[in-house]
Design a protein around this ligand. Sequence first.
Ligand code: PMP
Ligand code: GLN
Length: 377
Amino acid sequence: MISKLPDAQTSIFAVMTKMANECGAINLAQGFPDFDVAPKLIDRVHHYMQKGMNQYAPMPGVPALREAIAKKIDHTYDVSISPDEVTVTAGATQALFAAITAIVHTGDEVIFFDPAYDCYLPTIQLCGGVPVNINLDKNDFSIPWDEVERKITAKTKLIIINTPHNPSGAILREDDINELERLTRGKEIYVISDEVYEHLIYDGETHSSVLKNAELRKKSVAIYSFGKTFHATGWKMGYTIAPSDLTEEIRKVHQFLVFSVSTATQWALADYLEESDHYEYLPDFFQQKRDVLLRLMEDSRFKPVTCRGTYFQSFSYAAISDRPDREMAEWITKTHGVASIPLSPFYTDHSDNKQIRLCFAKSEETLKQAALKLCQI
Ligand code: PMP
Ligand code: GLN
């Protein structure tokens, strides 16, 4: 059989989690919390299951949830959107697949930034798109806008951004969003803004959503995940926000991918979104965890990379070893009992800057045990 994705390998998240389980290592690799979903939210899901909300939801999502999402966007970003611009998806991964597939035709160029979240490239390839990758700055992971300007051609159809950024923890600011608006002005170039970590942002920074830029918003798809916001990565619930012409095309793909997603969970999320306290505590909650990890690692030979958002803290191990990062992550897992994610698999050109990523969405006890082991290296 001729593979449609000849270069795709098993995701590094699956590889490192499997290795962690086999070695009994602490898993700071794949990004998921080791604490549970709020009992109140679980109760709501149970409630709606018992009430009989167990058959297909409407294709675009339960109206009550789409309304609750529109209210949340208004409350968070002071931006008015219609529930008709919201499509509820099976996590951000499916949202990304539906959005990229809706936009990209064979031969269209798609600009994205490395290190990039792992599903962008294969999805572009499956659509027959031409990937145009640009490496973020090696030191601060900022976007080199002059290079973006040079790489925009008549064939550029889509630019994918991600803020706060996985795996680096860098963020885009309003100036970046304005620059993106300037570079795409008057051109038929769409933007997908992966904002799954919108509430995981620290040190008093605020999230620069693409939705806040009135011009850019007209040609953008913003993508979110309840997995990140409510510590429920296993529920695979997310959504897209896009203007109606784009939403219409996204829904055409969405309906043939999954048609609709868990009905009871959508009703439960609609209730749970009513109280903004349920997500507004997140910056403080996760910043404290980041700071605990940084403090615990002060005695180690790992050097932290600045993290302003997400629940990932990357470290350079250049002072310890010059092994390739994949090999280093594997060695630490097997010999020191802590699993991490190397950064090179996120680069199209496999750049290896001797960095590994640790997930700090963990209890303080887990972070302590992991840091104790890492400090011995
Ligand atoms: N985008 C980014 C940047 C991510 O880190 C993730 C992983 N959580 C996703 C998309 C996919 O999210 P989901 O688990 O909701 O599919
Ligand atoms: N987003 C998670 C991470 O970056 C992993 C998601 C997955 O395993 N596909 O670790």
